[in-house]
Write a protein that binds this ligand. Structure first.
Ligand code: TRP
Length: 339
């Protein structure tokens, strides 16, 4: 894949390894990563260090999920020959860059970061904010710049982190008097966030409203059975609402035949179409989408040695690249390098 001169734009993105990935990740990011992996030089970071910033009491879970997320990547079609998959905690240059960058950010700026403010509230940290958590945007700036990524596909909630990254980049570049680091651009998905099966705004494992990529045929059937529809649509004969009806939101996201979905919507609005029938169509689409993913995932899970090799090789490639960036910065700042 890598030719002597690789002019492809560089992508870095990743996931905290807090749990296996679900359909929301598939729609919002995984699908996009598979689509971009040939036209871009793509790095995927298994962000176990960042996961520890709010899970320091549970390192076992974070470690276990490094492999679970790697299974998910491979199962959806991330090709390790095209995309470099690497483990954050095994890349010391990321920690070194973080410490350097901390000098180019103020505590006040960190406290005002909108992403962090919301997340502190969600986690109920209030006064007892782990310092590592407050500073994770700086670590994320280290991740992005260490790879010299110019494109960072992330959810809308993460956009302030890219802004903060670029502030650090501009300060460092000003400090050394030339553009050692490139600025990065957030690539926000154009499709809306997939709601949970209960109709809540976000699909999330901790809310218990997610369909994991490893869901069994029975899990899928059950998730669709309890899925939120139009609470006022009591009889099939009545007209029903499509807006806010999760079954239709999912059909829009997953059904192959868009014309067929439009016909279903029209029929539902008119009345005469029961929830059960619509749900059966959705279940068929989801079973068809997830069956091959589940089978591939099971094959990787049965061969963790192979997957560990993928991570070992990807991490070695990433180590070289990130250490080169840190060496370049050290030289630019006039710090020592012993050879
Ligand atoms: N913050 C991202 C998340 O919560 C994970 C992540 C870590 C990341 N480092 C990154 C994303 C660098 C993009 C670029 O999922």
């Amino acid at each position: 894949m890598s030719s002597p001169i690789d002019n492809r734009p560089v992508i870095l993105t990743g996931d905290r390894t807090t749990g296996p990935l679900h359909l929301g990740h598939y729609v919002g990011s995984l699908k996009n990563r598979v689509a971009l992996q040939q036209s871009h030089r793509q790095f995927l970071l298994l962000a176990d260090m960042q996961a520890l910033t709010d899970n320091a009491r549970d390192p076992d879970r974070i470690r276990r999920n490094v492999l679970e997320v790697a299974f998910d990547y491979l199962a959806v079609g991330i090709d390790p020959l095209a995309t470099t998959i690497c483990v954050q905690s095994a890349l010391p240059a990321l920690a070194e860059l973080t410490v350097l960058y901390l000098n180019f950010v103020t505590v006040g700026r960190l406290e005002r970061n909108p992403t962090i403010k919301t997340e502190i509230q969600l986690r109920g940290f209030e006064r007892d904010i782990p310092a590592g958590f407050l500073c994770y945007p700086v670590a994320q700036a280290a991740d992005i710049t260490a790879f010299k990524a110019t494109i960072v596909p992330v959810g809308e909630d993460q956009a302030p982190l890219i802004e903060q990254t670029n502030e650090i980049v501009r300060r460092l570049n000003r400090q050394v008097g030339r553009d050692v680091l490139p600025e990065a651009e957030a690539m926000i998905p154009t499709v809306g966030r997939l709601p949970g099966v209960d109709g809540k705004a976000k699909m999330s494992k901790s809310q218990g409203n997610a369909i994991p990529l490893s869901a069994s045929p029975d899990d899928i059937r059950q998730a669709v059975r309890v899925m939120y529809t139009d609470p006022d649509h009591l009889r099939a004969a009545d007209p029903g609402k499509v807006e806010g009806n999760v079954v239709f939101t999912y059909l829009d996201a997953f059904a192959e035949d868009k014309d067929f979905v439009e016909d279903l919507k029209a029929h539902y609005r008119r009345g005469g179409l029961g929830d059960m029938v619509v749900k059966r169509h959705l279940e068929d689409s989801l079973q068809a989408l997830l069956a091959p993913i589940r089978e591939r995932r099971a094959r990787y899970a049965a061969d963790p040695g192979y997957v560990l090799d993928v991570l070992r090789q990807g991490t070695a490639t990433a180590k070289e690249r990130t250490e080169a960036t840190f060496a370049e910065l050290r030289a630019a700042l006039g710090l020592f390098t012993f050879t």
